[in-house]
Ligand binder design. Structure first.
Ligand code: IMP
Ligand code: MG
Length: 487
């Protein structure tokens, strides 16, 4: 950022904006004594927000994230420290370690996580000017009325108390209060489309009509208000039934499809252009981006979203929850076909396979029974000891029965190899294996498993029954355990 702007003393020309404080108070978003985390970049809008929040008596913790991406990042931090001392606000500074990948996504993630640790009401300094620029930008960039709705004053834990205040007003407020702010030089360049909208397009529109900004904001308000009517229409007609959806007006089925997607995914993409394609599919799924998929099955459409990874021990998801369930349905159907008219006994290997067994068994529609065995193979280590010990044996004899061993995962194959030999000696009519997962790269003994859910890479898997030192069995998906950090 460049030199500080705003000044104290005789030079100030703008009178204090008399009703800015009152207008923000009227939003009811900043209440005396109510805790709020104020996102403080040190720029004009966030400086104004911090000051207003303090003056309205909110219990403020300011959060400044120093990404150390720009040369004067440390001066920005120092300015925030000085500002918070001056207005008497508590300040928390985060200096995250840079991770690889998308820079903006990383910064947003870091910011959100840091804020969420500090509180559950998080205020940002977005202004009416941001709102208008965003509106113009999206008007060109993404079709659909959703793109025109803009930001809300409340959005989950996020609040935007300055959303009815323009950038000129926040500047005037800071000047009048003698508060200095930091200027981000990238805001002035035309390198970003967003800035060209700000400097070129918006100025041109003001020549068309001096109230261009106010008119655009008003339009946005009207659209939001009218959106409530459309929401009610969607509520009344909401259905996942494909036949019913196809019979509706195109506009209504488009809105319903978007609603169903929004309910499944916190950041679902706009689906206006894909509605007909989604509804045309009778069976199967479509990748819609951002991890969202539409799934058509048995005459209904649904949406599946990835489960967010929130634990530092989880490196990545290997098999999503809905993929597990989909495959288990297929396995259940196959087993039901193969074992019709037979004496099926499922033998579940404790503990990991219990989760798989219970879902699988409910997808089997021929008579079957279940028995359990516990064997020890791994202990708490992530590598195979090759030692197999029976901790709990079956309750009943299996002689003459059609036995299907249900396993969570086949790794080296040593455990299963031992089990197969042991059970075969008891004289079953048939003996087969159904394994949810297999890691073919790790195999030490050949094992023809008749049914396999998924092949996974050579990673230590956790979740959906699989544990690491007894933890993570409860995850609804299968994930890879994060490698321990190098000492
Ligand atoms: P195997 O004898 O090497 O095939 O391994 C058998 C048992 O080790 C499985 O039934 C699991 O209980 C456990 N196991 C193997 N790989 C994994 C894994 O990636 N995560 C969790 N448990 C595993
Ligand atoms: Mg096991």
């Amino acid at each position: 950022m460049g030199p500080p702007h705003g000044s104290v003393g005789p030079e100030r020309r703008c009178p204090p904006e008399p009703d800015l404080l009152e207008r923000v108070r009227a939003t009811g978003l900043l209440v005396p004594g109510a805790p709020v985390v104020v996102m403080l970049s040190g720029g004009r809008d966030s400086v104004c927000l911090l000051d207003v929040a303090m003056r309205l008596g909110a219990e403020v913790v300011a959060l400044h994230v120093n990404y150390r991406l720009r040369e004067d990042a440390d001066s920005d931090e120092a300015a925030c420290v000085a500002l918070c001392e001056r207005v008497g606000a508590a300040l928390r500074v985060e200096r995250p370690a840079r991770e690889t990948g998308n820079l903006q996504a990383w910064a947003r993630d870091v910011r959100h996580r840091a804020a969420a640790r500090l509180g559950d009401r998080i205020a940002t300094g977005h202004t009416a000017s941001d709102q208008v620029e965003g509106l113009l930008y999206r008007l060109a960039a993404s079709p659909g009325r959703r793109a025109l709705l803009g930001m809300g004053e409340r959005d989950g834990p996020l609040i935007r108390p300055l959303l009815r205040v323009t950038r000129e007003e926040t500047a005037a407020h800071c000047r009048a209060r003698g508060l200095q702010w930091r200027e981000d030089p990238t805001n002035a360049t035309d390198a970003y489309a967003r800035n060209r909208v700000r400097h070129g397009l918006l100025e041109a529109l003001r020549e068309v009509h001096p109230a261009a900004e106010a008119n655009l904001l008003r339009t946005l308000e009207l659209l939001r208000e009218e959106g409530a009517v459309l929401d009610a229409a969607v509520d009344a007609a909401l259905t996942p039934d494909l036949e019913e959806l196809r019979a509706l007006l195109p506009a209504l089925r488009r809105l319903i499809v978007q609603r169903l997607a929004d309910e499944a995914h916190p950041r679902a993409p706009a689906l206006a252009a894909r509605t007909e394609e989604i509804l045309a599919l009778d069976e199967g799924s479509i990748d819609l981006g951002r991890g969202l998929r539409s799934v058509a099955r048995r005459g209904r459409v649904g949406f599946a979203a990835p489960v967010p990874v929130r634990h530092p021990d989880i490196a990545e998801i290997l098999v999503q929850a809905d993929d597990l369930q989909h495959r288990i349905r297929e396995l259940g159907a196959e087993i039901s076909r193969d074992y019709a008219e037979r004496d099926l006994l499922l033998v579940c290997v404790l503990k990991g396979a219990v989760f798989f067994l219970s879902d699988l068994m409910r997808q089997i529609d021929v008579p079957c029974e279940v028995d359990f065995m516990a064997v020890a193979s791994y202990g708490s280590s992530t590598d195979s000891s090759g030692v197999v010990r029976i901790l709990k044996d079956l309750d009943a004899a299996i002689e003459g029965r059609d036995v299907l061993i249900v396993e969570d995962i086949v790794d080296s194959g040593l455990t299963l190899n031992y089990l197969l030999r042991n059970l075969r000696a008891r004289g079953p009519a048939s003996l087969e294996v159904c394994a949810l997962l297999t890691k073919p790269e790790r195999r030490q003994v050949e094992l023809p498993a008749r049914y396999v859910g998924f092949e996974i890479p050579n990673r230590f898997a956790i979740g959906y029954g699989l544990d690491h030192a007894e933890r993570f069995r409860n995850l609804p998906y299968v994930a890879a355990l994060a490698e321990p950090a190098e000492p």
